[in-house]
Design a binder for this molecule. Structure first.
Ligand code: RIB
Ligand code: CA
Length: 309
């Protein structure tokens, strides 16, 4: 198995932290670059958290700062979910210094050097950095094997009734990515709702892992309020679903669809329009991840977190 060259853009973010650790612990991925975007909390926190998560895993993957706001919309955080520092109040040791420069430039540099259709790009926050890459150098989409995004909702949203947080925060950037021509896979709320972390998963992680990362992950899980969407049963591992698709696609059932995102100013802003039946007369531009084998997902996630330092 040749590890997949991979770039990860994120806004840590409690679930981003878990997703980053899953990626760094997975031999299927060769993580070349981690970039931070303003999202769950401001860029100063998401950048520090990305560096700290990478550092705690003992990784030397470069971390680069990206956009601190959306392309056009005002910045809105989700600190009420992730805490003021983005990790539910958990203070991790400071990680390696960020690499100088800007995320979109660093991503383009990796893509420019890559062979055609060779790089996996994983987006775990508002798609601003990814949108900047493909808006400024569209040909780089030809170097991308697949873009995997945690974004969007087909059913009910989580920031408005219509829209999920990442898509709502920067729908214009998401529209650029959906139209860039690279293969896209979407982990929307409809599949991440199936990755529900409850007391049982936390206990299993506590029992499995003795390292600093597993302990930090368990502490993060214990600190996240159960979601109303789950009826208070637990909280969704949104971002780890996107990484799990890149690591173990057999955990999912996906459907080719044509997807657009509403960039209007109204109630539907950030909503995904998913066309299964070709009503829009367009070829499919994404694989919509629809079903998850949750027990196998958490078995994989727990084993990988437990294997980290
Ligand atoms: O709506 C959930 C998504 O928004 C996750 O990526 C979470 O980290 C936030 O970025
Ligand atoms: Ca995120």
């Amino acid at each position: 198995m040749t590890p997949r060259p991979t770039l990860i853009d994120c806004d840590p973010g409690t679930d981003d932290a878990i997703a980053l650790w899953l990626a760094l612990a997975s031999p299927e991925l060769d993580v070349r670059l981690v970039t931070a975007v303003g999202g769950n909390v401001g860029l100063a926190h998401t950048l520090r958290n990305a560096r700290a998560v990478v550092g705690l895993a003992g990784s030397a993957v470069p971390v680069v700062a990206g956009a601190d706001r959306a392309l056009t919309a005002p910045y809105v955080d989700a600190a009420h979910v992730h805490g003021d520092n983005g990790l539910g109040g958990l203070i991790l040791p400071d990680g390696p210094a960020a690499m100088p420069g800007v995320a979109a430039d660093a991503m383009r540099a990796v893509l420019r050097e890559a062979a055609p259709r060779s790089v996996t790009v994983i987006g775990l926050g508002p798609a601003t950095n990814l949108g900047l890459v493909f808006a400024t150098e569209p040909a780089l989409a030809g170097r991308v094997a697949e873009i995997v995004l945690m974004t969007g909702a087909v059913g009910e949203g989580n920031v408005t009734p219509s829209a999920e947080f990442n898509a709502w925060n920067d729908p214009e950037a998401l529209a650029i990515v959906l139209g860039c021509g690279a293969p896209v896979a979407l982990a929307t709320l409809d599949v991440t709702n199936q990755a529900l972390c409850t007391g049982a998963e936390i206990a299993a992680l506590r029992a499995a892992g003795q390292g600093a990362c597993a302990a930090a992950a368990a502490r993060i899980w214990e600190g996240v309020k159960p979601s109303r969407r789950s009826g208070g049963r637990g909280h969704e591992q949104h971002d780890a679903c996107a990484v799990a698709w890149a690591v173990a696609p057999g955990l999912f059932v996906g459907t080719p669809v044509f997807v657009e995102v509403d960039c209007g100013p109204g109630l539907g802003r950030g909503r995904l329009s998913v066309d299964r039946w070709g009503r829009r007369g367009q070829a499919a531009n994404a694989t919509l991840l629809e079903r998850l084998d949750a027990p196998r997902f958490f078995t994989l996630l727990t084993a990988r977190l437990a294997a980290l330092p």
